[in-house]
Design a protein around this ligand. Structure first.
Ligand code: DQA
Length: 147
């Protein structure tokens, strides 16, 4: 079975409590449960990782090398400035989908730029927790291209 690593970046452990007007009321556990259901339907295996630290996220990306066929990442605020996370994704060259709960293009100016986007296959943003489900479906389409 093809395996997907789902990486949740900083402050996403506080979903459910954190700015519910922007991010909704669903917790990270709820999102992961939704992804597990979708993965079952798509016959994919998913692994989850959350960290508030840039280095730990980079280590997780390195560990994924040779272990997973795709990465889904919500880099949180690192999206906007972590060249180190971008370089890690470029280094492992595992097809990656960038995800955001909120529509980052419709928010503050500083959220409109992603340093991750150029090394991702694509970005899904603005659909609340469904952004993650759509990302997993995008990964499935990507991995089964040509089937
Ligand atoms: C976010 C958007 C980022 O700008 C923000 O820093 C986050 C969450 C999102 O999922 O909408 O932490 O990645």
């Amino acid at each position: 079975m093809k395996k997907v690593m789902v990486i949740h970046g900083p402050n996403l452990n506080l979903l459910g409590v954190r700015e519910p007007g922007v991010y909704g009321l669903a917790t990270l556990d709820k999102i992961n449960a939704l992804l597990l259901d979708t993965a079952k339907e798509l016959k994919l295996t998913v692994d989850f990782f959350q960290s508030n630290s840039e280095g730990e996220i980079i280590d997780c990306i390195h560990r994924a090398l040779g272990q997973v066929q795709a990465i889904i990442i919500n880099p949180g605020a690192y999206t906007h400035y972590s060249i180190a996370i971008r370089d890690a994704l470029a280094a492992v060259a595992i097809p990656t989908v960038e995800v955001h709960i909120s529509n980052v293009q419709a928010r503050e100016e500083f959220r409109r730029h992603s340093v991750i986007a150029p090394v991702a296959v694509g970005t899904i943003a603005g659909f609340g927790i469904q952004s993650y489900v759509l990302a997993l479906r995008a990964v499935d389409a990507l991995l089964n291209k040509g089937d």
